[in-house]
Write a protein that binds this ligand. Structure first.
Ligand SMILES: C[S@@+](CC[C@H](N)C(=O)[O-])C[C@H]1O[C@@H](n2cnc3c(N)ncnc32)[C@H](O)[C@@H]1O
Ligand SMILES: [Zn+2]
Ligand SMILES: [Zn+2]
Ligand SMILES: [Zn+2]
Length: 433
């Protein structure tokens, strides 16, 4: 079957990977292969008031729901369109007050159930794949994952029973499991999380650590653009994960979240690992064991930081970053990905606390290694350039700001498309500076 609107993409059986998508004609870098409206989606609570709940437009002066005063819209039109979803939460949010706390996944699944209940025909998000046919990996769930899903189901019953009739338990298990391995986090141009969404057609894309497409978002539509030239017959691959990390870390994440071993060229040859794990060149060579121990330390430090992020103060978090960077520096180069990871976190904390000089200092250490360690067109690279551009302007370094804006723009024009609002807004921002 061909996708309506964008010809040139078809579903096929990808050996060892289940179903996949392949190109039936050639595509050049920057070309749009596929777009898909969200089947269901939910805006993050932290974005309320900044982004319209219905169309995901980012603007000032959004109008809020008079009842709950928690949902914000462009206008009455968006509010009306959103009511079939918002009504699942509007009254419940008032009734539960501060005890209303379903996770984003639970909120998304509630919306999917409501949509499935009302759906009479194939939706425009399902030209190639029906939501109900998405991979579920039910048989791969271990006890920990099952328990997590059971907790989600309990939360669904707790917060949504008034407005929803639930399918039977097994169907709920399947749905949550499908959302875990097919859901998309919608992100803005700085890679801030805006919400969660399901795009069944785009969920057909398999993963590679050297992807030939990138998925970006335009309101509540997902778009797929080529970042390598693609010839007719070639499989289309996106990346499911952050590509900064070495093979073993990527494998662990892919196995844990998506239940497969990646056999892409970068993984089979481990061609980029040495560069990613760069070790200091001292007069006395650093031994294998010392390196292994430091890698273990680094992984633990990243995990400790991830857990602490929601609990500790920014000052305590920054100290955690600094201590681990200091320790790792005895063995690793500044361009080692574990050091870069901690510097990226430190930059985020400095941004949060409006310590712009600190953020610039960390950001400057990321830019050069990021351009080498990530693929040529990368949202991670573009977003750091963009953050840096805005920071440079904020600290009065105008010409450095313009250069960084230009670097971000060069990637964004390819991955988001030249007519994307992020691109046009960025050009306006540059013109003002
Ligand atoms: C979002 S789905 C992609 C479409 C999927 N192949 C299908 O048939 O529905 C994600 C799942 O596809 C499979 N998959 C994706 N990339 C893969 C790869 N590089 N190698 C093997 N399996 C892969 C895994 O089972 C993964 O959990
Ligand atoms: Zn709107
Ligand atoms: Zn409301
Ligand atoms: Zn790989």
């Amino acid at each position: 079957m061909k996708v309506e609107g964008v010809a040139g993409v078809e579903q096929f059986a990808s050996p060892g990977k289940g179903r996949g998508l392949r190109a039936s004609r050639a595509f050049g870098v920057g070309e749009l292969l596929l777009s898909c409206p969200a089947y269901s989606y939910v805006l993050s609570v932290k974005e309320r008031g900044l982004i319209c709940e219905q169309c995901f437009s980012r603007k000032t002066g959004l109008a809020r729901c008079g009842k709950c005063k928690k949902a914000f819209y462009c206008n009455v039109n968006c509010q009306k369109k959103n009511w079939s979803m918002h009504k699942l939460e509007c009254q419940a949010m008032c009734a539960f007050g501060q005890h209303w706390c379903p996770s984003e996944t639970v909120r998304l699944v509630a919306r999917i159930i409501a949509r499935l209940r009302d759906q009479r025909e194939r939706s425009p998000s399902e030209n190639l794949l029906l939501l109900r046919d998405m991979e579920d990996h039910l048989e791969d769930l271990d006890n920990e994952k099952r328990q997590m899903i059971e907790a989600h189901i309990a939360s669904l019953h707790q917060f949504y029973s008034k407005h929803l009739d639930f399918p039977e338990h097994q169907a709920l298990l399947t749905l949550f499991s499908q959302v875990h391995c097919n859901g998309f986090t919608v992100e803005d141009e700085e890679l801030s999380n805006l919400g969660l969404a399901i795009f069944p057609d785009i969920a057909l894309l398999n993963h590679s650590c050297s992807p030939n497409v990138i998925v970006t978002y335009r309101g509540i539509n997902a778009e797929v653009r080529a970042v390598q030239s693609i010839s007719a017959g070639q499989e289309i691959f996106t990346s499911y994960i952050d590509l900064l990390y070495p093979c073993e870390d990527r494998m662990e994440r892919l196995r844990d979240m998506y239940y497969f071993n990646c056999d892409c060229k970068v993984c089979t040859t481990r061609s980029t690992d040495m560069e990613k794990m760069s070790v200091r060149k001292l007069r006395d060579e650093i031994g294998e064991k010392e390196i292994r121990d430091m890698v273990r330390y680094a992984r633990n430090a990243m995990e400790d930081f991830r857990r602490a992020k929601h609990e500790k103060s920014p000052a305590a978090l920054l100290e955690m970053c600094e201590l681990s960077i200091d320790k790792m520096s005895s063995v690793f180069e500044d361009s080692n990905v574990y050091i870069l990871h901690m510097m990226y976190q430190a930059m985020g904390i400095c941004l949060f606390t409006e310590n712009y000089d600190g953020a610039v200092r960390y950001g400057e250490k990321l830019l050069q290694p990021f351009t080498v360690l990530y693929p040529e067109y990368s949202l991670n690279v573009a977003s750091v350039y963009l953050k840096m551009a805005r920071l440079y302007v904020a600290v009065g370094r105008k010409s450095a700001g313009i250069t960084a804006f230009q670097k971000a723009l060069a990637v964004m024009e390819i991955v988001h498309g030249k007519d994307h609002t992020y691109v046009t807004e960025l050009k306006q921002e540059m013109a003002v500076k």
